[in-house]
Design a protein around this ligand. Sequence first.
Ligand SMILES: [Mg+2]
Length: 268
Amino acid sequence: MGCGTAFLLDMDGVLYHGDRALPGAREFLDAISDHPHLFLTNNPARPPGEVAKRLQAMGLGEIPRERILTTAEATARWLSREKPGFRYFAVGGHGLHQALAEAGTEDPEQADFVVVGEGPGLDFDSLTTGINLILSRGARLVATNPDATVDDWHEGKHRVLPGCGALVAPFEVATEREAVVIGKPEPLLYRMAMERLDSTPEACVMVGDRPDTDITGAARLGMRTALVRTGRFPPGAPWPDPLLRPDWDVASLEALTAAFREAGVLRC
Ligand SMILES: [Mg+2]
């Protein structure tokens, strides 16, 4: 299993922006390479193999797909546990459809679950189908993650896309049901990550760029946390929650590697 401390790594805003690796990312990954570690993403749109290819294209090395856990996979696994052989109706990107198709059967007429994830697919017809499955058949509403928006870099320009939180909201409003949420800061994704690493909250450090998801969710479970201010939460921004402070709060991954070395976290 390697060294003692296990690392859960958020990706966007920590390791890269768009398709550009952030300074110190490769060195950080080299520094933790002997430790158990897993790349965690709330974004269900791309399958793990595609995520691995992107990371490699950015110069971040060859990362086995088993080291990448997306909310699409975590959602499929959760649904299988709730109801083996489940039937579903899904709205979202191809990563979500691929993960669900491996575990269950698509059935817009007799679905047990209406699953919403990021990406295209939401329109009047899909909303109508989902609402009626929930109201008439008692299907449960499931959201891969709660993020209201997603940052996107299109031909070098930044833009904001609707996140799963925004896409699942019309289903919740129309049915007056609250979705089960799989991704950060809810505990399910972290629990599946620990299962995959055969680890415990005490042994884990979560590294992320968002106080409200990455850090809050991990701290609630009793993990140590490291905030890297290279994404949504810039240097100088005041910490929002006095009760849940990260164990490390740094401006870059270079600073985090140094801080981990100093604290003895990288010792085996
Ligand atoms: Mg992030």
